[in-house]
Ligand binder design. Structure first.
Ligand code: FA5
Ligand code: MG
Length: 445
């Protein structure tokens, strides 16, 4: 959906004074604490209202059942949760060796309370502190926050589970992994699963760390993949609603692909074939020694993974829209029982109502940058909450002489629970337009 690059030249500095009503001074209260605002502050009331929901603790909620299922696969791991989502950029990025110019750090992509404090964008933000406590094996379940577009599969809050295993960097650690690998390999060989594997490292495209003995790197990467193959078999294997051939007794197909993360090498993603499509389920890798040094455990080796709970739950429960996880409608909650995976039965689909808004793209964040699509989406969420189903950029152009950019967004208003009246939709849309003017000084076309 993003057609424009998010960097646009600075323009219209005169409008600075009436920018973003929430302002760059004063305080913002988050989870009972006041934080001083600054030029990075972009957390919104909608996001603040999500911070204490803990869907993964709600009995019967699909995310809670899924979490318990994954915990049962890693039964001898420490099961951690309820860790505050408020972290420092050092926890979320620096401790994990994210480069200074990594796009994830941008306030267009992440929620900042101020320059010292942000909402975690992934559960890996807690790796260093948990490693530092000496925890050898853990799973950590938490809500994570990313500024993003609005559609059926994107929501600014979602849930991840991080898993990690630490061993000593000596013959004891290697013996532990080797024995475990033999056991897991034998188990999987007897199971209905087909694994499209790739080498545990590739000197050119997915190298092991220079600090690692290649044999150690292989043992770690193999242990990581074997542990996750077993998990994917537990989650997806033999599910009646797997669709297609799987119901006819076909084995589960898992595919491993190379990727990169700043704090792991080698790094991988696992994909599962579901209804004819390969779906990315998780990212993982062998943890860089730098990360273990940051945790004061330089004489350890580790692997880690992070998986997205909504993505898996939407597949296993046939849930068509990510907003449903947040629904208070009893027709959603009453369908599910803790510990059982069952297909969601849609209760109805109410009419959609499309409304367009065209405006000259204003400057935001104290005039430091042009409005990004994620800024617009946050504004729409603050006005319309979960009554907005998706937002699409339908047109844009740059004025040949003034170089001002014009954009047109189409907002699809649709409730999951009821029919919206025309009056209600018109009022919501009028509020979006007036907030665009008030908060950002946008000129409507
Ligand atoms: C990460 O977040 C890494 N922290 C994963 C990791 C952990 C790597 C430990 C190495 C070691 P990524 O951004 O790809 O990576 O997200 C991981 C998973 O979260 C994805 O595979 C997907 O299942 C889920 N996910 C990512 N973005 C979204 C989204 N916008 N909505 C729902 N699920 C998402
Ligand atoms: Mg990914």
């Amino acid at each position: 959906m993003r057609l424009l690059s998010n960097v646009a030249p600075l323009r219209c500095r005169v409008r600075l004074a009436r920018l973003y009503s929430t302002g760059t001074s004063g305080v913002v209260n988050v989870m009972g604490k006041d934080y001083t605002r600054d030029h990075l502050t972009n957390i919104t009331p909608t996001i603040i209202s999500k911070l204490s929901r803990k869907l993964y603790n709600q009995p019967g909620h699909p995310l809670s059942t899924l979490r318990a299922l994954i915990e049962s696969h890693f039964a001898d791991y420490a099961h951690l949760s309820s860790v505050s989502p408020i972290v420092s950029p050092a926890q979320n990025f620096d401790g994990l060796s994210f480069p200074a110019d990594h796009p994830g750090r941008s306030p267009t992509d992440s929620y900042y309370i101020n320059k010292h404090t942000m909402l975690r964008t992934h559960t890996s933000a807690h790796e260093v502190e948990v490693f530092a406590r000496g925890t050898a094996r853990y799973l950590l379940t938490a809500d994570v926050y990313r500024r993003d577009e609005i559609d059926a599969s994107h929501y600014p809050v979602f849930h991840q589970m991080e898993g990690a295993r630490v061993v000593s960097a000596d013959s004891t650690g290697m013996a532990e992994l080797t024995a475990d690998n033999a056991r897991l390999r034998a188990e999987l060989a007897r199971s209905p699963i087909v694994i499209d594997d790739i080498p545990h490292f590739d000197a050119r495209t997915n190298p092991h760390q220079p600090e690692h003995d290649p044999a150690h790197a292989v043992a770690l990467a193999e242990n990581l993949k074997l542990s996750l193959n077993g998990l994917l078999l537990k989650l997806f294997g033999g599910r009646a609603n797997l669709g297609g051939d799987a119901e006819g007794g076909e084995p589960l197909r898992v595919r491993w692909v190379e990727t990169t993360f700043p704090w792991t090498a080698p790094s991988f993603e696992a994909e599962v074939l579901f209804r004819g499509e390969w779906l990315e389920i998780l990212g993982c890798g062998v943890v860089r020694q730098k990360t273990l040094e940051n945790a004061n455990v330089p004489d350890k080796l580790a692997w880690a993974f992070g998986l997205g709970l909504e993505r898996i739950a939407m597949i296993l429960y046939s849930i068509p829209d990510i907003r449903l996880f947040w629904s208070d409608d009893p027709r959603f909650a009453a369908q599910f029982a803790q510990g059982e995976i069952s297909a969601f039965r849609p209760y109805s689909r109410y009419p959609a109502c499309y409304k367009d808004v065209s405006f000259w793209r204003p400057d935001v964040a104290g005039g430091t940058r042009a409005m990004h699509e994620n800024d617009f989406c946050d504004l729409v969420r603050d006005v319309a909450g979960d009554l907005v189903e998706d937002v699409t950029l339908t047109d844009e152009f740059e004025h040949p002489t003034t170089k001002r950019q014009s954009v047109c967004y189409r907002i699809n208003y649709r409730s999951m629970d009821r029919s919206l009246s025309n009056d209600e939709t018109n009022a919501l849309h009028a509020k979006v337009v007036s907030e665009l003017k008030n908060q950002f000084g946008a000129e409507i076309r």
